[in-house]
Design a protein around this ligand. Structure first.
Ligand SMILES: Nc1ncnc2c1ncn2[C@@H]1O[C@H](COP(=O)(O)OP(=O)(O)OP(=O)(O)O)[C@@H](O)[C@H]1O
Ligand SMILES: O=c1[nH]c(=O)c2[nH+]cn([C@@H]3O[C@H](COP(=O)(O)O)[C@@H](O)[C@H]3O)c2[nH]1
Ligand SMILES: NC(=O)CC[C@H](N)C(=O)O
Ligand SMILES: [Mg+2]
Length: 533
């Protein structure tokens, strides 16, 4: 998805000694590998996800204190099934195999795996038959525990040195251990919330078994990153596209702390922002930070280029290209800049190195990435490329960035243009701004803003018949969308009370002349995406 991330990924590892407690997660393609990383980070331990096919040299150089093997859609019984690199077992560090990871470990170390009649998907129970370092303090012998399973294969014979420590109906070897070599395997998924004590189990692995101290904090990260930015940039000049959103604001403040006046931020008004947004961003930033900020009104440029464009991908690419053009123009006015700062986050990096390796399908081109590397003369500075969104927020709070910025819902660079299916017009933009403001105003006054990941309105390209004040109307319909999420990769709809939706719909139809119908989008992601285009 993210070309820039592709270039960042190979050396995404931290070479500093500040965080020498690190766990390596080898990805075999499970849908939930990212959750393993989240749980490990939450336990205060730095970790990275690498493809299972990573080279032995890289793995050795990373010097992990422990290795976790993810699940996989593959079966170890498949011809050409992915295998665990030998180096994993020669580093003398603890290893935890999860589901496929357990099965592959068993097979490679001399056990047997078979396809089972007794497939388990979803909630299951395991019986603990022995005590084990992996769950010391959490579970004990004799207990019956709830876990989440998703497997068709199972281990049927253990490799030498291993013992079963827990069993389930479908998996006689639900947890296995070779305590001497510190090798562990679980058939279930401790990383998902449906395994209630899964996080504690992973914490036991990283802390008690692997001996990590849990020193990964945002304060430590900030110091390390400031040093790294200084080293990369030297005396060079950096420009940072500042949207007022969480990622670019946190990146800008961090870079400013590192290199001060060598940084110039550029806020572009592309004419597709929400009501009052440009003023608000400029005011908040100028009041609060002493960072050089250029405000460029490029609304005519963007709106003229988007005239008559109805294809979502063409809209996105046009917007992406114009952003770069404007950044380059502004950089030239400053006498040139060697670096462009971006708020790339870890999910972008992970997606680009996913297990399949090959090009994944393009669902949508994010405005700030498509074609960037070939065109750019500037080198990228991406200080947040190892963080998840909630970590970025924590870092922002650590640096005293106001809650109004840190807690903001994400807003996409292509803005309202991708919330008006079909060609956009100034009239439609104006209608959508008014609908959107009412929706957000009501969300704020109901105290729901922070419980929602992102909320917005979409102006539909359909007119419907209505009756108002005994007269006929023939106006636009709109859709409201509100979702919960932790990283934007998957999302659930926010379950508003009907009375809330009623109130919002009533206000929209009464106050926005030109809109006479309101719907609520109840599609989760997947199968939908968050934005409509
Ligand atoms: N109006 C804008 N002016 C300048 N740069 C922008 C603008 N909109 C987006 N960008 C650039 O595009 C990048 C990606 O946008 P994105 O929306 O992912 O991040 P963000 O706006 O910083 O944070 P958030 O995800 O919270 O909205 C930003 O980090 C910023 O560098
Ligand atoms: O800066 C951005 N430029 C883009 O081109 C873009 N497209 C989607 N988004 C945001 O990403 C998250 C996931 O969105 P989707 O489910 O629609 O892909 C949601 O938070 C979206 O708002 C974008 N952000
Ligand atoms: N979730 C997994 O790792 C599944 C592994 C393997 N595909 C199985 O069905 O058992
Ligand atoms: Mg944004």
């Amino acid at each position: 998805m993210n070309e820039t991330a592709k270039t960042a990924a190979p050396e995404a590892g931290l070479d500093e000694t500040l965080h020498d407690d690190r766990i390596l997660i080898l990805d075999f393609g499970s849908q939930v590998t990212q959750l393993i990383a989240r749980r490990v980070r939450e336990s205060g331990v730095y970790c990275e996800i690498w493809p299972y096919s990573s080279s032995a040299e890289r793995i050795r150089a990373f010097a992990p204190k422990g290795i976790i093997l993810s699940g996989s859609p593959a079966s170890v019984l498949d011809k050409d099934a992915p295998t665990i690199p030998d180096v994993v077992f020669s580093l003398n560090v603890p290893v935890l195999g999860i589901c496929y990871g357990q099965q592959a470990m068993c097979r490679q170390l001399g056990g047997t795996v078979e396809t089972s009649e007794h497939r388990e998907f979803g909630r299951a129970h395991i019986d603990i038959i022995k005590d084990c370092a992996l769950f010391r303090g959490t579970w004990a012998r004799g207990g019956r525990e709830q876990v989440w399973m998703s497997h068709g294969d199972r281990v049927t014979k253990l490799p030498p040195g291993f013992q079963a420590v827990a069993v389930s109906e479908g998996a006689p070897f639900a947890i296995i251990a070779d305590e001497g070599r510190r090798l562990y395997g679980v058939q279930f998924h401790p990383e998902v919330v449906h395994t209630p004590h899964g996080a504690a189990l992973l914490r036991n692995f990283t802390h008690d078994v692997a001996g990590c101290r849990g020193t990964w904090t945002m304060a430590g990260f900030r110091e390390m990153e400031i040093a790294r930015i200084r080293q990369q940039v030297g005396k060079g000049r950096v420009i940072c596209g500042l949207s007022g959103g969480v990622d670019s604001s946190v990146a800008a403040v961090l870079i400013h702390q590192a290199i001060g006046d060598q940084l110039t931020c550029i806020f572009v008004d592309p004419g597709i922002l929400r009501a009052g947004e440009a003023d608000e961003v400029i005011r908040t930033f100028r009041d609060r930070f002493n960072i050089h900020l250029i405000h460029r009104d490029a609304s005519d440029l963007f709106l003229n280029a988007l005239e008559g464009v109805s294809d979502p991908e063409i809209k996105r690419k046009t917007i992406g290209r114009l952003f770069i053009e404007v950044f380059e123009e502004e950089a030239a006015k400053l006498g040139g800049a060697e670096f462009l700062a971006q708020g790339t986050l870890y999910p972008d990096v992970i997606e680009s190195v996913s297990f399949t390796g090959g090009p994944s399908v393009t669902i949508k081109s994010h405005h700030n990435v498509g074609g960037l590397p070939e065109r750019m003369k500037m080198q990228l500075v991406e200080p947040l490329r190892e963080l998840f969104k909630d970590e970025v927020r924590e870092l922002g709070r650590e640096m005293d960035i106001p809650e109004a910025i840190v807690g903001r819902h994400p807003f996409p660079g292509p803005g309202l243009a991708i919330r008006i299916p079909g060609a956009i017009t100034r009239e439609k933009l104006d209608l959508l701004r008014r609908v959107d403001s009412i929706f957000l105003e009501e969300i704020r006054s109901a105290g729901l803003y922070d419980a929602i990941w992102q909320a917005f309105a979409v102006l539909l390209p359909v007119r419907t018949v209505g009756v108002m004040g005994d007269g006929r109307t023939y106006d636009y319909a709109c859709a409201l969308r509100a979702v919960t999420s932790t990283d934007g990769m998957t999302a659930d709809i926010y379950p508003f009370d009907m009375s809330f939706l009623n109130r919002v719909a009533g206000r929209i139809v009464n106050e926005v002349r030109g809109v006479n119908r309101v719907t609520y989008d109840i599609t989760s992601k997947p199968p939908g995406t968050i934005e409509w285009e």
